[in-house]
Write a new protein. Structure first.
Ligand code: HEM
Length: 424
């Protein structure tokens, strides 16, 4: 039986074998034993990265994941630049197109990728990050006031609904200079489109994505027009200028703005959710953070290694090559298991232990590596750090107050709901 494993830009067929377990519900809820098994097979004498019967190869060690991500012989499209594999083409459905949402950079190879990535880069300059920090601190403090008031009334609040989800969307609204009146709709579309990072589940899901895309294009189209007439000091103005200078088409900049919303929303929500879950699962870890809230940044890095919000990505070989001794044919897909890399004992001592005091936790692949390295990494880090520090300072007796509801997905990982109480 063939199943399709979808990442943001690619759909990879896997079937009836060890790699395909990643599609099954119990392993979606806890994929780490599957990763361990795939890694063991990869490093066994005479072994190598495990290949699915469909031709997809899964890489599960830190070194091999990093090598594929940094290797220019791999891209996110087929070697000839197309995105769709013809029926019966090499590798079966090894790579296929993802239609309803244009995920811009995530689906582009150089030179288009290089040109458009340059346009988005100024949105993450150091002086911009200082501004975003102020916004994040302000928003997080206000959200936590409301959450703690709810906690006093109801005996608990929902970490995801009340803090982890609204925080990133408000910061991205500021980044894209979305007017206050449009922010609620913007958040709703963001939630729908964010699910695109995990692939399209059904025709109904595809329609929902297409509708939200159309609405969002209208909003961004209006913003772009406004900034064309009255340029400001924001990323949308820079995109409008690029269109006027012939550096990009309107479609390209609309997709780029949409990607900034999609890529920065659920991912950051999951990071905050996964961090609090791991911290509360080990009383000593939460105590370490409340005793020294400056450990918040280290706790964020440790979460990115231990339980990353984006578990995997994929690449397509642009020429016949090999990984760890296993040949990979041109146009065949490689599954890069970012979540497995963080648990590789060859890269991290005692990898299944969550420890905020771990030395050098930043050597993980949670933000990918190479040409597609996450543009928003500094922003994600600062938002999560602000949230954790504030929680540790203002709710030092935080505890789990009900059953968390996990997301059942292969790419994104994190709680959908997480009841907690400040225990005051
Ligand atoms: C790309 C993870 C937050 C914007 C990526 C990729 C990963 C990732 C793994 C690369 C995928 C690949 O190599 O195929 C994360 C995680 C986040 C996060 C775990 C939060 C914890 C953000 C934020 C933004 C953002 C806050 C912006 C507002 C982007 C963009 C790309 C990207 C634009 C595409 C880069 C390219 O293709 O050149 N992210 N991300 N991300 N991320 Fe993030």
């Amino acid at each position: 039986q063939i199943g399709v494993l979808r990442t943001g830009g690619l759909a990879l067929a896997v079937g009836g074998d060890r790699v395909a377990r990643l599609l099954h519900r119990p392993w979606r809820l806890d994929p780490y034993p599957v990763y361990r098994d795939l890694r063991a097979a990869q490093i066994a004498p005479g072994g190598g990265p495990v290949r699915s019967r469909t031709g997809i190869t899964a890489v599960a060690t830190h070194a091999s994941c990093a090598a594929v991500l940094r290797d220019r012989r791999f891209g996110v499209r087929l070697a000839d630049g197309r995105r769709r594999m013809d029926e019966g083409g090499a590798g079966g459905a090894a790579a296929a197109v993802f239609e309803p949402v244009d995920l811009s950079l995530l689906t582009l190879d150089p030179p288009d990728h290089t040109r458009l990535r340059r346009l988005a880069q100024p949105a993450f300059s150091p002086h911009r990050l200082v501004e975003y920090r102020a916004v994040a601190e302000d928003v997080a403090a206000r959200l936590l006031d409301e959450a703690l008031a709810r906690d006093r009334r109801e005996g608990r609040f929902d970490l995801v609904r009340d803090l982890a989800s609204p925080l990133p969307i408000t910061v991205i609204s500021a980044l894209l200079a979305v007017p206050a009146v449009d922010r609620e709709r913007f958040a709703r579309w963001g939630r729908v489109l964010g699910s695109a990072l995990d692939g399209v589940r059904s025709p109904a899901h595809a329609r929902q994505l297409a509708d939200s895309t159309a609405d969002l294009r209208e909003l961004f189209g209006g913003l772009l027009e406004l900034r064309r007439r009255e340029p400001g000091d924001d990323v949308v103005s820079a995109l409008a200028t690029a269109v006027d200078d012939g550096g990009a088409t309107v479609d390209e900049v609309l997709a780029l703005a949409q990607l900034l919303l999609v890529a920065g929303f659920e991912t950051t929500t999951n990071l905050i959710g996964n961090a609090v879950r791991a911290l509360l699962a080990e009383p000593g870890q939460w105590r370490a953070l409340t005793g020294d809230p400056s450990l918040a940044a280290a706790a964020v890095e440790e979460t990115l290694r231990f339980d990353p919000p984006v578990q995997l990505t994929a690449r397509v070989a642009h020429e016949d090559t090999e990984v760890d001794g296993v040949p990979i044919r041109r146009d065949h897909g490689v599954l890069v298991l970012l979540g497995a890399a963080g648990r590789d004992p060859a890269a991290h001592r005692d990898p299944d232990r969550f420890d905020v005091r771990r030395a050098r936790t930043s050597a993980h692949l949670a933000f990918s590596s190479g040409a597609h390295y996450c543009l928003g990494a500094p922003l994600a880090r600062l938002e999560a750090e602000v949230a954790l520090r504030l929680l540790a300072e203002r709710a030092p007796r935080l505890r789990v107050a009900g059953r968390a509801v996990p997301r059942v997905a292969t790419v994104l990982r994190g709680p959908l709901r997480f009841p907690v109480s400040a225990g005051a």
